[in-house]
Design a binder for this molecule. Structure first.
Ligand code: FRU
Length: 465
């Protein structure tokens, strides 16, 4: 019998060996190396201050754990080095080489309600010429630099270059409790001037965290994480959401978005604060946090020395309907080992909880079970895909999620210890969840009509130090 720790530790999802992880930060490819920074609290479960942890990889599957990259150390980030992004500036280094700039929010807390008073948000930059050592911190924006109608919540700088200028999007909460994105512009990516804001026609949540822009297929998509949307039976089922607005115009021409066009990026229990970047091969790659702030379910049952993981890197493309598709980067396929058929009438028993299960040519309704604890069912009659836990132990407080779906044709299920990602119809939709199985083998039950059903044992190993 393997220990809970071994069974729940993923092989190809990034998780810290110890301590807490939340948002992915500073995603980039720099000098060929992929960098994934993340919100880290290494002292967890004893609460400490958030900083940036750091993983690096040449191939998106074998990762090195480089420890702490940015930790609170100046008065302007005294209570946390919060989320932010990376900008690679070609030829930006003093010697003419490329320069990596990392932007983040320095969080400072003092006496007050921490919304309208008692909090400062400073936007701070560090630079690096090698991707592993970082310069002194430079404070770029301070509380006096933000529009006067905002609360003290202004954070998560996303910086990009467009037409020879630089732009920064910040997530913000207005004093009248409406989520906004504030846009800044700069000639050198260091000195910033406020350029305007993007808001929704009608209030859409009280705060928008972690803004980002995806430019694909000639169109811009504004990604935000709205807080404060009321849960409905088949949408906004998590406490906070992560999704995007497909923009009719370019992001720099946009001042207002139509909240009716908001599309959720993931339908599972555990997905938030996604970031994207364009790699050196031109792929748009998304990584999300497999967690949600303030959720009423846990991701840290007894036996784990770490809390939360990230999704696998997902390639983002645009479908014929103009909406985004997500699919595990092809490097993940390279981890496939022994293949085994899955019987459409019965299922299969797999040796462990690291598997890639693929069902193609599905006709009609379907029922798929993992260990008899986590069920996925589709009924064409009610047009719903249902992901439901049947066992409180494995769920740790998770219940069920419903997703409207006209037709189910394909499913790909990545199981990796305590992480599960379910890709529907080749990435039209994704459902991500954590679960905490107790058996050593993975029992897959299946009742479906499908042309092909097979699974692979998945290799991979936790990041090396
Ligand atoms: C999102 C978030 C960000 C913030 C970070 C702090 O999960 O709340 O807005 O920068 O986490 O860890």
């Amino acid at each position: 019998m393997t220990s809970a720790h071994e069974r729940w530790t993923p092989r190809f999802h990034l998780a810290p060996r110890r301590g807490w992880l939340n948002d992915p930060n500073g995603l980039c490819q720099f000098h060929g190396t992929y960098h994934v920074f993340y919100q880290a609290d290494p002292t967890w479960p004893t609460p400490g201050k958030r900083g940036w942890g750091h993983f690096a990889s040449r191939d998106l599957v074998r990762w090195e754990d480089l420890g702490e990259a940015i930790m609170p150390s100046i008065p302007e980030d005294a209570d946390g080095a919060y989320s932010g992004s990376a900008l690679v500036v070609a030829g930006g280094a003093p010697d003419g080489g490329d320069l990596l700039r990392l932007y983040y929010t320095g969080n400072v807390k003092y006496e007050g309600d921490h919304v309208h008073t008692g909090r400062d948000a400073n936007q701070i930059m560090v630079t690096s010429e090698d991707g592993v050592s970082f310069s002194e911190k430079e404070v770029l924006l301070r509380p006096g630099d933000y529009p006067a109608d905002l609360t003290r919540h202004v954070r998560d700088p996303k910086v990009w270059e467009q037409g020879g200028r630089y732009y920064m999007a910040l997530g913000a909460r207005r004093a009248d409790d409406a989520g906004n994105v504030i846009l800044y512009e700069s000639a050198d990516a260091v000195a910033w001037a406020c350029r305007g804001r993007i808001e929704s026609a009608h209030p859409f949540g009280y705060m928008w965290e972690c803004p980002s822009v995806i430019s694909l297929g000639g169109r811009d998509y504004l990604v935000v994480c709205p807080q404060g949307l009321p849960s409905e039976p088949t949408r906004w089922q998590n406490l906070y959401q992560a999704g995007y607005f497909p923009l009719p115009q370019g992001v720099l021409e946009t001042t207002q978005v139509d909240e009716a066009t908001f599309v959720e990026l993931d339908w599972g229990f555990d997905f938030y604060a996604p970031q994207t970047f364009t790699d050196e091969g031109g792929r748009c790659i998304l990584i999300g946090w497999m967690g949600i702030p303030d959720a009423d379910y846990t991701s840290a049952p007894d036996g784990l020395a770490w809390c939360h993981c990230l999704t696998v890197p997902r390639e983002v493309t645009v479908g014929a309907d103009g909406l985004l598709r997500q699919w595990p980067v092809t490097e993940i396929d390279g981890l496939r080992g022994f293949a085994q058929p899955v019987s459409p009438a019965v299922g299969a028993i797999l040796p462990h909880h690291h598997a890639d299960i693929e069902l193609a040519g599905i006709e009609g309704d379907l029922e798929l079970g993992l260990d008899g604890r986590l069920g996925l069912s589709f009924s064409a009659d009610d047009g719903l895909l249902r992901m439901a836990f049947r066992d409180e132990g494995a769920a740790c407080g998770r219940t069920e999620r419903l997703m409207p779906l006209e037709r189910l044709r394909e499913l790909r299920v990545l199981v990796d210890g305590s992480a599960v990602e379910i890709y529907v119809n080749h990435g039209e939709a994704v459902l991500s969840t954590r679960w905490f199985p107790t058996a050593d083998t993975l029992l897959v039950t299946l009742h479906a009509t499908c042309e092909r059903a097979r699974s692979w044992e998945m290799g991979g190993e936790a990041p090396s130090a």
